[in-house]
Write a protein that binds this ligand. Sequence first.
Ligand SMILES: Cc1cc2nc3c(=O)[nH]c(=O)nc-3n(C[C@H](O)[C@H](O)[C@H](O)COP(=O)(O)OP(=O)(O)OC[C@H]3O[C@@H](n4cnc5c(N)ncnc54)[C@H](O)[C@@H]3O)c2cc1C
Length: 317
Amino acid sequence: MAKDIQIASVKILEGVPLDRYSNYRIGGPARYFCDATNEEEIRAAVLFAREQKLPLFILGGGTNLLISDKGFQGVILKSSLMQLEAQGETVSVGAGVMVADLLKFTIEHSLSGLEWAGGLPGTVGGAVRGNAGAFRGEIKDRILSVESFDIQTLETISRDNVACKFGYRSSIFKEKDGREIILSAKIRLEKGDAAKIAAAIQEKINYRLERHPMEYPNIGSTFKNVDLNLVPKIWRDAVAKVVKVDPFPVVPTAYLISEAGLRGTQHGGAMVSQKHPNFIVNLGNATAADVEYLIGAVKERVYEKYGIRLEEEIQRV
Ligand SMILES: Cc1cc2nc3c(=O)[nH]c(=O)nc-3n(C[C@H](O)[C@H](O)[C@H](O)COP(=O)(O)OP(=O)(O)OC[C@H]3O[C@@H](n4cnc5c(N)ncnc54)[C@H](O)[C@@H]3O)c2cc1C
């Protein structure tokens, strides 16, 4: 029978179903699961994984994760560091804070600069790791510094913006592939008008509600948009009408998937969204295998038609 284990100040749970932690509502159980609310608990969970010789995976809001039907044979460490405070125009925010709560805080404190993130799901930790972005904004534009915990050296590291090596949906934390747990970030904003900030955030939320298939569980865009430079020359004229700058000239992958005739393609309980074909939605009883099948099918068909290799934006566990 599953039991809870108390290690130092932290409780480790055994056999926790992960579907409830994924926005997809898909995924088998974690062998161990720990919800850490401070650095000491993170350290204890990391040491537990080390002693057990088990891999560790950091979980944020689960809005970008395709979790295997088999679950995870290691320790899932949910990062729930929740501090949130402003000193003038600088905000210190814990990695576990939901972006939506950070945005509410910016409205309450009349701080402008993150309005583009209206409706962006997930935590600050997840957003920093993947340099989340939308509407020409990216989290990197506002980051002063990031604190992280190295699971090998057990040291806390502080990096300024440049040292975080942010790129399109990437950062040094992503490159290091789970070696560092983001603890907190310092964000630089500027004084603005609360009502205007709230209205700009709401506008983005409304835009998303209209275009994204929010009626089904999903994990956002499956694939990255395609850098225009990577589009074969013979297709450049055909795609010119859909190119957008976000944050550099890209061809929306939703367009390529739609033109490849895949809109609405279904496999098991998963479907390429009719509303936004870069989303693969869970119609209710999808398995990770159903989603994986569709990911493979989309990659194949888009490559056949356009000679473009799609790159996944989602993370697999
Ligand atoms: C409807 C919808 C719309 C979306 N729109 C956008 C969009 O416009 N732009 C965009 O960029 N993304 C978008 N996404 C994707 C997703 O919301 C973002 O990638 C988000 O930043 C992920 O955060 P999370 O906390 O949910 O991370 P999770 O999904 O939990 O994890 C994602 C990755 O980050 C790592 N991670 C999480 N927390 C930490 C931490 N503290 N330290 C180190 N690593 C960590 C995880 O290990 C994992 O590899 C969308 C998703 C949905 C469902």
